[in-house]
Design a protein around this ligand. Structure first.
Ligand code: IPT
Length: 972
């Protein structure tokens, strides 16, 4: 019964979750790293798209091997205590009001389906329905045993993404998908994300169990990160209106932004700023104020759109400016996420609230109209949550005010001792009333709560606040204080009030302060920088869900100092911590009093007593010396071979596919030609580089050819007549404007280039990915990539031949790296990009020597290098181009056979390509191969280096490589 778990879903503690696409980190043994980082931020959910195009590369083939696997994700999530909302799609989405809207080729629809399905995609069309069956059945088989009712982590499944119910063909398609899930052993709720307040799929045909809303309030242009749109103020009333009986769910809320091709693209650093900690503070807490209880941030970890994963508008990096960077490093956004996440985890009274009203309804009020408050209250415990922000939500002013609140000890205006609550510009905070920590009570607090709960039987409250502001808390202090560690600061005062004590923190309080340390309570306060160095790892319990906070464990310890604390276990008197260090740090631990010794990554730690009389320790943690010796070699010893024999006089294309179709399911028809369809996807060549050869017999009258070529935004196509270079067509891109997917050029033949007899036009073109769907026309993903127009000035073409990657999407060779890895360049067809190919007979030529001028061309450069990075060290490596933007080349970067990036040197913006351990062999030989395509008449000289971007003592153990070697099989 599908709804069985809905009520359970509501009674879990408020989920805060983040989006992570496992296919964008193609090393399954690193997935625990991301999930452990999410958990360390206090999150308890992950939202995961799966990619139909990768899992179901050809008709009838469903492949969950290698990075396409789901079981390692399910296992890692359960080990981390993270719930999963699976979003198998098919993950197309409609383009909403924004100018671009999605980031993977065809929105995730399998390429075979974009060409083989005649009916409209994503509708009730019979052949589309037949097309998705195998994929969805595969997802069901993998997932059913991993649902929560079977002891697994999966709590919900999203049936499709962002769609409108208004067309019956769309609604019935949803219903068909739901029927398939309902007729299976899937019992978790089915969900949907509405791209706007469109009220889709709440009732009627195709309605889901749990409705949710997406929102990206800052849009996707990061050029002016300080320019904010205001918060949306009607979320609560919308929810009350459309689905008040369900938990208020945001399946996607802005966690960063994608970035577009082009020299004016702002880059991800600015996206991280646009959606930075202040954005998280103001906008995420506005969701809390709207009574949202299930929230997922898109993206939490973006990763890499390697190979042909991107759709046409975005480049290889999918860093997204997210809280965890593409390299897997933590950012300042992660710090803010953690402060929010641990607070939510600590606050069960917040899981069930009514919105009582706000400053405008009179339910609460502030003394300054520039400050806005929303009052939520738990109906059972009467705990009050006042969410505060600037009335003008984008204001950068410093706003001071008092707040009228309701408490069990009467209505009161706070603060009482310090002069005011302060909002320091773009900041949101909470005032809490009648809030519990363990069995202790807070009357009210204007200081923020990081952690509230118990440790070793004592009630623990960890407060924080900006050191330039004043804060106060009124609470019932209990027990007999042991003053050995308690703060003696004139800035911290204690005043009796209404049978409780007001502890006031004047501006200037810094570091970690022990406010009250009794046998029953420990109250700590830290400034807002110091608090970010703290962690509250879940100490696992022993039940099936022992790793899940609230369900399987309520035990934690506080650990300050390390870069990351992944895990904590207590056995007997020993606390074992696992985590990462980037530098020497002071360690602070608050643990049950039974804990006497501490280990860090297995090594015992020299402790001194600190912070609290019992169970508190301080120490120093230092990275092991091996960390300092990690180094990466220079890339030298390059071998070179030409990779464009197709323009040679003797090249034989007799084994190539004859491009002779005269019909196509692709709705965008050719512009001119002779009726033949020259769309790569129609011949199985739908990814990366495709080559075309058009033959004609000279009559002496041929002097030019017209070609309209479509490769998607930012593509290029170089054209030769025999061995004479005619020119390159560019589908250009500047951020947000002049998006040109296709070209229409006339190429004049140079004197003497036409031979008597057979002549060949050779085209090398890149396919930058298929389009996303457009709201009312889901068929836009059937993109016409290829030659949309061909015409000689005189006479006509004979045979057209086409060649993409060996085997096309049906018979492609590399089952591990998958259908989106390879393209059709000669060297790729031969497997020169794979480790183990013997290049000893090739010429030596430095990559920086590049390709000479006068003509465009394609060359392969291959070299190997060794790494010796000890296990237990996580190193962030990237391949970085050091020359400035502007050279006329594009380059495909293969690392141990994986196409980890497309560099478009004339357009940019990307010059740095992070590559992880697992793709890289940290203890052995690595192969780097680049296909260098010079597009013009100027010499090109890429300057590529391997760079160490960061190194940590830690990481996850057991990272595996799966980099199959070159074999001659099929490589003809
Ligand atoms: C939202 C999509 O659901 C998501 O897949 C992704 O494309 C995101 O946009 C942008 O990164 S659609 C939303 C903008 C209406």
């Amino acid at each position: 019964m599908t709804l069985q778990y809905r009520s359970q879903l509501r009674s879990f503690y408020l989920t805060s979750s983040g989006e992570f696409h496992t296919f964008r980190l193609p090393v399954p043994s690193l997935w625990p790293d991301i999930l452990e980082k999410m958990k360390a931020a206090g999150l308890n959910g992950v939202s995961v798209y799966t990619h139909m195009g990768l899992i179901n590369p050809s008709r009838g083939v469903v492949d969950f091997d290698s990075f396409r696997a789901l079981q390692p994700l399910y296992d890692a999530a359960k080990a981390a205590g993270i719930w999963i909302v699976l979003r198998p799609g098919p993950l197309l989405r409609r383009v909403a009001i924004q100018y671009i809207n999605a980031e993977t080729t065809a929105g995730g629809i399998s390429h075979w389906a974009t060409s083989e399905v005649a009916g409209v995609l994503r509708t009730n069309a019979t052949d589309w329905r037949a097309a998705w069956q195998a994929y969805v059945q595969g997802i069901i088989e993998q997932t059913a045993p991993n649902q929560i009712n079977n002891g697994g982590p999966v709590i919900a499944i999203q049936v499709d993404n962002e769609y409108s119910q208004s067309l019956i063909t769309h609604a019935e398609y949803f219903q068909e998908l739901e029927d398939v899930y309902h007729n299976s052993t899937i019992t978790v709720p089915l969900t949907y994300n509405d791209p706007g307040e469109g009220r889709n799929f709440i009732n009627g045909t195709g309605a889901v169990d749990l409705y949710g809303l997406d929102a990206y309030p800052q849009g996707f242009d990061c050029s002016h990160p300080e320019n904010w749109n205001p918060v949306t103020t009607n979320y609560f009333s919308y929810h009350e209106d459309v689905n008040p009986s369900q938990a208020w769910y945001f399946p996607e809320f802005q966690g960063g932004s994608f970035d577009a091709w082009g020299p004016t693209a702002p880059g991800y650093a600015l996206c991280a700023e646009l959606t930075g900690p202040n954005f998280q503070s103001v906008f995420y807490k506005q969701l809390w104020a709207s009574n949202a209880k299930l929230i997922s941030y898109y993206m939490l970890y973006g990763g890499t759109s390697w190979g042909a994963i991107p759709f046409q508008c975005v480049y290889s990096s999918y860093d997204y400016g997210a809280s965890i960077s593409e390299s897997r490093a933590l950012t300042t956004k992660f710090d803010e996420l953690k402060l929010q996440g641990i607070f939510l985890r600590s606050s069960p009274e917040f899981y069930k609230t009514n919105v009582i009203g706000n400053s405008s309804t009179g339910a609460t009020s502030t003394s300054n109209p520039a400050a806005f408050a929303t009052f939520l209250q738990n109906p059972d415990t009467k705990t009050g949550f006042y969410v505060l922000r600037q009335t003008s939500s984008t204001s950068t002013a410093i706003t001071t005010f008092k707040l009228n609140i309701t408490t069990s000890l009467g209505n009161v205006q706070v603060p009482i001792v310090v002069s005011a609550i302060t909002l320091g510009g773009r900041e949101s905070k909470l005032v809490l009333a009648d809030y519990s920590f363990g069995s202790s009570k807070v009357g009210y607090t204007t200081a923020q709560v990081f952690y509230a709960g118990t440790i070793g039987g004592r009630d623990i409250l960890f407060l924080y606040g900006n050191s330039t502001q004043a804060h106060e808390i009124r609470l019932a202090l209990t027990g007999t204080p042991n003053k050995a560690h308690q703060t003696q600061s004139p800035l911290i005062t204690f005043t009796a009030s209404a049978n409780q004590t007001i502890v006031a923190f004047q501006a200037g309080v810094k570091g970690l302060q022990t406010v009250w340390d009794s046998n029953t309570q420990l109250v700590l306060f830290a400034d807002s920088v110091t608090v970010t160095t703290f962690w509250a790892p879940v100490v696992p319990g022993t039940s099936t869900f022992g790793n899940y906070w609230a369900l399987g464990s309520n035990t934690t310890v506080l650990v300050g100092g390390p870069y990351l604390v992944r895990n904590a276990t207590i056995s007997g008197s020993q606390l074992a911590l696992l985590g990462d260090l980037n530098t020497t740090v002071p360690l602070t631990v608050v643990a049950p009093s039974t804990v006497k010794t501490v280990t860090w990554n297995g090594a015992s730690v020299q402790l001194t007593a600190g912070v609290t009389a019992t169970g508190g320790f301080t120490a120093t943690l230092a990275p092991r010396t091996a960390v300092k010796t990690v180094a990466v070699p220079k890339l030298t010893g390059w071998k070179f071979k030409d990779s464009l024999p197709e323009i040679g006089a003797t090249f034989d294309d007799s084994t190539w596919t004859v491009a002779n179709h005269t019909t196509t399911n692709i709705p965008f028809k050719p512009y001119y030609g002779d009726g033949r369809i020259l769309y790569g996807c129609d011949y199985g060549f739908c990814e990366n580089i495709v080559l075309w050869r058009g033959h004609f017999t000279s009559t002496g009258a041929q002097t030019s050819v017209n070609l309209s070529i479509n490769g998607g935004e930012a593509f290029a196509a170089s054209v030769w007549l025999n061995n004479a270079f005619l020119g390159t067509s560019f589908g250009n891109s500047t951020n947000n404007q002049n998006i040109l997917e296709e070209t229409d050029d006339k190429f004049a033949f140079p004197a003497g280039a036409v031979h008597p007899g057979d002549n060949v036009i050779t085209i090398v073109q890149d396919n930058m990915g298929l389009n996303e769907t457009n709201g009312n026309n889901p068929d836009t993903s059937k993109s016409p990539r290829g030659v949309r127009g061909f015409k000689l000035n005189s006479g006509s073409f004979g045979a057209w031949k086409v060649q993409g990657k060996v085997g096309g999407y049906t018979g492609f060779l590399d089952k591990t790296r998958g259908v989106l890895n390879e393209g059709g360049l000669f060297g790729e067809r031969k497997g020169w990009h794979l480790p183990g190919f013997d290049t000893s007979s090739w010429a030596s030529r430095d990559l920086a020597t590049g390709l000479p001028g006068d003509s465009a061309g394609v060359g392969f450069f291959v070299t190997t290098f060794s790494l010796n990075i000890p296990s237990g060290i996580d190193a962030f490596l990237s391949f970085t181009f050091e020359e400035p933007l502007g050279q006329d080349y594009r380059l495909y970067l293969f690392v141990n056979g994986w196409m980890m990036g497309k560099r478009v040197a004339n357009l940019g913006p990307q010059a740095k390509f992070p590559v992880h351990q697992g793709i890289l062999n940290f203890q052995g030989v690595n192969t780097v191969a680049v296909a260098l395509w010079s597009m013009g008449r100027a010499a090109v000289s890429p300057s590529l280096q391997l760079v160490l971007d960061g190194v940590l003592d830690g990481g996850v153990p057991g990272v595996k490589t799966d980099n199959p070697q070159w074999t001659p099989v099929g490589r003809v």
